[in-house]
Write a protein that binds this ligand. Sequence first.
Ligand code: ACO
Length: 310
Amino acid sequence: KVEAGEAEFQARIDADEFIEPKDFMPEAYRKTLVRQMSQHAHSEIVGMLPEGGWVTRAPTLKRKIILVAKVQDEAGHGLYIYSAAETLGTSREEMVSQLHSGKAKYSTIFNYPTTSWADVCTIGWLVDGAAITNQIPLCRCSYGPYARAMIRVCKEESFHMRQGYEGLLQMVKGTDEQRRMVQDSFDRWFWPSLMMFGPPDSDSAHSSQNMAWKIKRFSNDELRQRFVDATVPQAEFLGITLPEQVVWNEERGHYDYGDLDWDEFWAVVRGDGACSANRMDARNKALDDGAWVREAATAFAEKQRSRATM
Ligand code: ACO
């Protein structure tokens, strides 16, 4: 019976139908979605930290307003994705506790430090740009609630990317010092942003099954290449000097970019990134500091309930 259910499920996937929360789904499909979606939601929430620290140091009021809006958007993205993941039967509390215990992952990119204002703009351009490249295909992923959440997320990410690029455009029109900041920022963020797409296809444990289930529409390496090809002309327009490994390959019709430092990637995945401990401390502190709000809200709800039944 289960086999018949699975065959029917795959037939629905092959026909490009969306799978909805109450529909039959193999347990492994549910599990990999909770894994990916919770990792994605955690990344949105932890992703507020590297830029959040710059809100009080933004160079102008306009930049501060934009940055506050952007960081707030990321919180919203985390909440949509947690809600979409909850439809699979895992509570947000459980997902958050897995993040805090170190069991659940979040994107490696958020474990790098933001040392200058140029980094805030570069994150918008490269990190949100990489996120869009990965997330636009997720708008057509087979799980309905995730696909629908991605539509709004992608629209907002696209605004984030433009504000970052526009910030850099202003900086490169400025002083030599500002241009140096832009170049230095690019040099530090370019390789980690390429790692956001995950390990090479040959080392990607989940890719083949998740592509058969149409959770993934393109492989890690395909999306990484798409991102490099789009990014190089944008970098050139800013006057950025690209690493020597980045070379146009006439035969392939794509930019080559050499090998990434996969040892660094796996070290950061394991929790050895420059800011890994700091990010987890900040999340744990936020949870502890908010305990009284949750207690007060629960007590208030109970009071309302007991009054209603009086
Ligand atoms: N950072 C941390 N862990 C990663 C990363 C990364 N950049 N890339 C891959 N991994 C982990 C995977 O989670 C997996 O570990 P697990 O089995 O313990 O869960 C392992 O490395 C092997 O990778 P894959 O088999 O390639 O994993 P998967 O098929 O899930 O592909 C990918 C990884 C591309 C990140 C996918 O999960 C995805 O598309 N996720 C949704 C997008 C997302 O999470 N974006 C977060 C950053 S964007 C932002 O927050 C603004």
